[in-house]
Design a protein around this ligand. Structure first.
Ligand SMILES: Cc1cc2nc3c(=O)[nH]c(=O)nc-3n(C[C@H](O)[C@H](O)[C@H](O)COP(=O)(O)OP(=O)(O)OC[C@H]3O[C@@H](n4cnc5c(N)ncnc54)[C@H](O)[C@@H]3O)c2cc1C
Length: 575
């Protein structure tokens, strides 16, 4: 059996930052990072616009309290304010630390780290490396994993969390190259498995963002928190859905409808294009619904609006947002120096996730904690984003809470023994599970079920939601779950069997989708990214609380957990 003091699933920003922290604090600990991609291909590498921190390099009047208030207001008051205070207080320190590791941030003329405007932030506080910030940070972190001797299992797929008597003991994984199965036991297990954008048919996320960590946690009987809050990024490139960074609006881009109007003046007059994402996405969706979207031939009534950067000029476009120009050119044939970019909302980020405390330890209920189990990053819900995340707060969360969780794990494993578990049992079960998938005489293809599921989620649990729509969606998902039991695999082999991985990922997607829909159906109010047309107002009396959803194949049970309100009392949210 493979044994480590700590095993971390996920080599993105959160997992890598945690591993570096553990190695720094106690070099004697053995640490493994397992990832189904190469760590550098984690979705973090695609992050573009930047990372918020009150360095005060551009705006001396900024403060962590202002950052905390913006975050809480942006969250529609659902964020836990103790967690937000930590996030915003520790932000400058983690940025400087990344800089010392070698991350090349963009600079002001005097050499200090530059900071740009971002949606929902009241001051210019987003640090960036042009519009390739995730690339700059993740490369340095992964270099540091190697430097600190962290063991990397890249292209290993984790298929099960081993949880016995309320304690996480390890995991079951297989090597994608040759199908070799392995059980890992460890004193602490950490999930940093990222988001689930692939639950929807149009997303900015990579193909690996299938919510495996969420599904494994739910399947083990542990709750997931606030899954109904799905972030739609306002500016996905039409039709591909890939991201045109918010940095583009941070640098001054306009959103324009078919009438040539900067329509955000009707929805968020004080913040215009830099309103938070939930409000901006809904505004675009409303314009398109009202017939003020645009067609590719330029006529009215189409499926997108325009993002216009022409007034910024070639020099600014090429130096500050070169990647946005390149993407528009490559994927939509648009030269943004001369033409507006076609955009519409695209699924981008998961506000909910595996519930954790501010030390990254996973919760088993509103009061209880799971021994030996930790999580951080997009897959976790600590909850700093509540019902709506502000741009550039996610990279920050990964690094602040990656570091804190790493430190908590380094303390946790001291003087602990490796847990006992029966390796053979777990190997045998995994072998049977895989064999059963391969042997199925089924009649459905993975791609057709996945497409039907993604279309169902997009149609029934999108930007706007109603009870009738969601109930219908849940019924369709039940049918799709039965059909997924009958998928047929062409590839029966063990070498790079990517079809098998897609079959396992499909199971993750279906569980996560059902959790999102059920949470959304039960939350009879509109808050942040969750917009119910049948309950258009926020309802603090009944729903100023976190959803905790417990999965079982028989059905999902919904409970609630109080919100931590220490600094800012809920107010009406206006921009
Ligand atoms: C296009 C894009 C741009 C963004 N830009 C910004 C930005 O400018 N600022 C900002 O703050 N946020 C941004 N975000 C959000 C932010 O990048 C992510 O939330 C964050 O990087 C997530 O990091 P993570 O470490 O939690 O997970 P990820 O980076 O997604 O890593 C997940 C890891 O888990 C592994 N994994 C998953 N499942 C398994 C499994 N079953 N077995 C083994 N390994 C597994 C993967 O291989 C991967 O290594 C952006 C997101 C996108 C999609």
């Amino acid at each position: 059996m493979i044994e480590y003091d700590v095993v971390i699933v996920g080599g993105g920003l959160a997992g890598s930052r945690a591993a570096v922290e553990i190695a720094r604090l106690d070099p004697s600990l053995s640490i493994a990072v397992v990832a189904k991609t190469h760590p550098i291909r984690s979705h973090s590498v695609a992050a573009q616009g930047g990372m918020a921190a009150t360095l005060k390099n551009v705006d001396e009047t900024d403060s962590w309290e202002a950052h905390a208030f913006d975050t809480v207001k942006g969250s529609d008051y659902l964020a836990d304010q103790d967690a937000v205070a930590i996030l915003t207080q520790e932000a400058p320190d983690v940025v400087i630390d990344l800089e010392h590791m070698g991350v090349l941030f963009s600079r002001l003329a005097d050499g200090r780290i530059a900071q740009r405007a971002f949606g929902g932030h009241s001051h210019n506080r987003t640090c960036y490396a042009a519009d390739k910030t995730g690339h700059a940070i993740l490369h340095e972190l992964v270099n540091n994993l190697r430097r600190y001797g962290v063991h990397i299992y890249d292209e290993w797929y984790v298929m099960r969390l081993i949880l016995e008597e309320g304690q996480a003991k390890g995991l079951v994984m297989f090597r994608i190259r040759d199908g070799e199965l392995a059980v890992v036991r460890a004193k602490a297990v950490m999930f940093a498995t990222g988001g689930y954008g692939r639950v929807y048919n149009t997303t900015s996320n990579d193909y690996a963002s299938t919510g495996d960590g969420l599904a494994m946690t739910a399947a083990a009987g542990l709750p997931l928190e606030d899954m109904e809050f799905v972030q739609f990024h306002p500016t996905g490139l039409y039709p591909a859905g890939v991201l045109i960074s918010e940095a583009v609006r941070g640098e001054g881009a306009y959103l324009i409808n078919s009438e040539g109007e900067r329509f955000m003046q009707r929805y968020a007059p004080s913040r215009m294009e830099l309103a938070p994402r939930d409000i901006t996405s809904r505004s675009i969706a409303r314009e398109i619904r009202a017939g003020r979207g645009i067609h590719l031939d330029g006529s009215a009534g189409g499926p997108f609006v325009h993002l216009d950067v022409r007034h910024l000029g070639r020099d600014k476009i090429m130096s500050r947002i070169p990647f946005a120009w390149e993407e528009s050119h490559r994927l939509a044939g648009v030269d943004a120096v001369h033409e507006p970019i076609p955009v519409r909302p695209t699924v981008h980020y998961s506000m909910g996730g595996i519930p954790v405390n501010t030390e990254g330890q996973v919760r088993s209920s509103a009061e209880g904690l799971v021994a030996g189990f930790f999580a951080a990053g997009e897959t976790a819900c600590v909850s700093v984003h509540g019902a709506n995340r502000l741009g550039s707060n996610s990279l920050l969360e990964c690094v602040v809470y990656g570091r804190r969780t790493g430190a908590a794990i380094a303390r946790y494993v001291q003087n602990r023994k490796l847990p006992d578990l029966n390796e053979q049992d777990y190997l045998e079960q995994a072998k049977q599970q895989i064999q059963a998938l391969i042997d199925r005489p089924g009649q459905y293809r993975i791609a057709e079920i996945r497409q039907a599921f993604q279309d169902c989620m997009t149609e029934h649990c999108g930007v706007f939601r109603t009870e009738a729509l969601m109930k219908e969606g849940l019924e369709q998902i039940k049918i799709l779950q039965q059909q997924a039991e009958q998928v047929y695999l062409d590839d029966k082999g063990t070498l790079f069997n990517t079809e098998l991985i897609e079959a396992l990922e499909l199971q993750s997607l279906l569980i996560v989708g059902e959790m999102i829909l059920t949470g959304a159906l039960n939350r009879q109010e509109s808050r942040g990214a969750h917009a119910r047309e049948d309950f258009p107002d926020r309802d603090d009396t009944n729903f100023l609380q976190h959803t905790l959803a417990y999965y079982s194949p028989a059905g999902i049970e919904i409970r609630y957990m109080p919100v931590n309100i220490t600094m800012f009392q809920p107010q009406e949210r206006k921009y």
